[in-house]
Design a protein around this ligand. Sequence first.
Ligand SMILES: [Zn+2]
Length: 335
Amino acid sequence: MSDTSIDTSIRSLPPAAAASSSFATHAVTASVGQNPADADPTDPPGPPPLGSGGAAAPTFLKSPPRGPVRPRLVDAHTHLLPDRLAQAIRGYFVQFITGDFFPYPPQADACRAALMAAGVDRCWSLPYVRRPGSASGLNRWMAERWGQDPVVEPGATVHPGDDVGRVADEALALGLRLFKVHCAVGEFSLGDPRLEPLWDRASAGQIPVVVHLGHSPTGHTEADELPALETVARAWPHAPIILAHLGAPAVPEGLALLRRCPSLLADLTPVVIQTTPVTAADLEGLEERILFGTDLPSVGLRIEEVLGHLRSLGLSPRAERAILAGNADRLVPPR
Ligand SMILES: [Zn+2]
């Protein structure tokens, strides 16, 4: 199938189908009950263990006592990447910050274990590239390494210097269900017209795209870099675009942008050591468009500290459930 025919088939999705699957129309509580810890204690016990001869006590009598129900937790911003790339990214950071500042090692397997130990049920792993020619191979690695993983939801990336439509179609064919673009690392503007094939596909297929705006090597987004995102969000109002770090430190401007563009979302991922400075009032009415993220392993905070910050905001239980899992699960349903 040629690129053109793939493109045409995606564009030809009926708008009604896209509208009916719109992330804005789903219930906030979609994730409730999906946590194994939420299982009904009256569930019938499973069959006796093999080889028990039927004489063993029912399995439910052997179960440890149930503690309080643990809320489901989805980390929508991690970078579980190939070891060489992970080491290179850590090498970049330790030019500015000593290595022992980071509580987690850069290796993906160690990060996955740390996330699980902290109670994370699922995480999105977001790849990004510095230059053209790298995205396709990295996307293939993401699909092969994590495609069958019950915890890690692998993302894809594009660089505007590549044939973006071809790279995006290849990623979707590999089963990847979300994208990340990193304007600072890739040294491009979000308004680059060569990214339009990505927005077309995100819009037609309701594919989330996490956007790291800005060009600062510190990871910061400046307020004057947000208008490029507004232009894209207005041109593709059905594309679920997620502003990483809520545009920190341009958070007031990021919040205002979310209020102007109803299709836009944001994550509350810290920048290195700085949690996102928001209050419950700031998030009022936006609860269905905010995601939880840690930025593992490129973060100087522990997962529990990032979680503690969110819990300290005093959000309603419904808003907290939406931000900690429901919104991410609605955008990319668990496999
Ligand atoms: Zn990140």
